[in-house]
Ligand binder design. Structure first.
Ligand code: NAP
Length: 319
């Protein structure tokens, strides 16, 4: 089976690529910058040039492809790319996949997307879900929660750098996931026919509230966090303010994401069924405490290595 991955350089996409290669799939990645994607080539991926904001570049990438895995989304720092990438580009991708008669199209949406039609990214995700469902292409849609990887920037780094951690007043439990585990579900979907033409809410096996994550980081780093609480209504106001301007749409979307995540998961009850369908034992899933522990251990080792290298350099200078 030959796979076309879009977004292979991204946080989730690279995990999908890595696991797909390990399982022996032929992997092609649609990328817009070969230099940035050089690491994928080193792993054994075939790179093809494509840019979702340039629709004419998409169809040639699908030649000989059996399944499409779309893990792409517009980058927050590319201000006018939201509609071009997450709507126009994706519509063109679906059309091209239909013409190429692909056997499966995997798309990543977001949890509670249907409740947030006022947020442009979520509205587009919702629209693409519908277009894919109507396309006649066998599909699997995963509605995702937040990634562990995002928590490093939100909690771990501010604690280490003695910077404030911004949290809302809501005490919402969220079942974050490691992208390695999301990738596991994604690749299982290719092998399990019951996942065809289905939409799944993907969530981790344990839900966390922000104060628990802060406590965990404090214990692991032996440092006290500086917590700044911002009421959700202020976040909504700031997000609305930016969204008023066209240039601010992307910023507004990212801020609004905090609002989406602060809406209680409605899928924790079905988690058991989900793991059963995908034949994944919940004990295989990486837990947040283990993820953070490994992160801090690796970081400490790196700091020790840098320190060691500095001492060696100084010794060499003295000699
Ligand atoms: N992060 C979360 O917490 C979260 C939560 C719910 C759902 N999701 C969804 O999960 C999926 C993966 O998210 P992620 O956080 O892993 O994404 P990410 O790290 O931001 O990566 C985005 C990917 O899309 C590619 N891309 C952007 N613009 C492109 C264009 N014009 N043409 C071709 N490729 C383009 C990027 O390529 P370059 O490297 O060239 O920029 C990159 O590979 C997305 O659909 C996202 O909406 C994410």
């Amino acid at each position: 089976m030959s796979l076309l991955v879009i977004g292979g350089t991204g946080t989730l996409g690279r995990q999908i690529v890595l696991q797909a290669l390990t399982k022996g799939y032929q992997v092609r990645c649609l990328v817009r910058n070969f230099r940035k994607a050089a690491f994928l080539k080193e792993w054994g991926v075939e790179l093809v040039y494509g840019d979702l904001s340039r629709p004419e570049t998409i169809p040639p990438c699908l030649k000989g492809i059996t399944a499409v895995i779309d893990a792409s989304t517009s980058r927050a720092n590319e201000l006018d790319s939201l509609k071009k990438v997450d709507w126009d580009g994706k519509l063109c991708l679906i059309d091209a996949a239909k013409t190429a008669k692909v056997k499966r199209f995997i798309f990543f949406s977001a949890q509670n997307a249907e409740q947030f039609n006022n947020i442009p990214l979520l509205k587009l995700k919702n629209g693409i879900e519908a277009k894919l469902q109507q396309s006649g292409i066998p599909y699997t849609i995963f509605r995702l929660t937040g990634f562990y990887q995002g928590l490093i920037e939100q909690y771990a780094i501010p604690i280490l750098e003695n910077l404030p951690i911004w949290v809302t007043n809501e005490n919402t439990y969220i079942s974050y996931m490691d992208t390695q585990d999301i990738a596991k579900f994604c690749l299982k979907a290719l092998q399990i026919t019951e996942t065809e033409n289905q939409t799944f809410f993907l969530s981790g096996s344990k839900a966390w509230v922000s104060s628990e994550i802060i406590n965990l980081c404090e214990q692991l780093t032996d440092q006290k966090a500086k917590v700044q609480r911002v009421p959700l209504f202020i976040l909504k106001f700031v997000s609305g303010f930016f969204g008023f301007f066209e240039w601010g749409q992307n910023i507004s979307d990212r801020l609004a994401f905090a609002e989406i995540l602060s809406t209680e998961n409605n899928f924790s009850k079905s988690t058991f069924e989900l793991y059963k369908t995908f034949k994944i034992d919940p004990s295989e899933i990486i837990q947040l405490d283990d993820y953070f522990l490994e992160y801090f251990i690796r970081l400490l080792k790196r700091l020790r290595d840098i320190n060691f290298e500095d001492v060696q350099k100084q010794k060499n200078l003295v000699i």
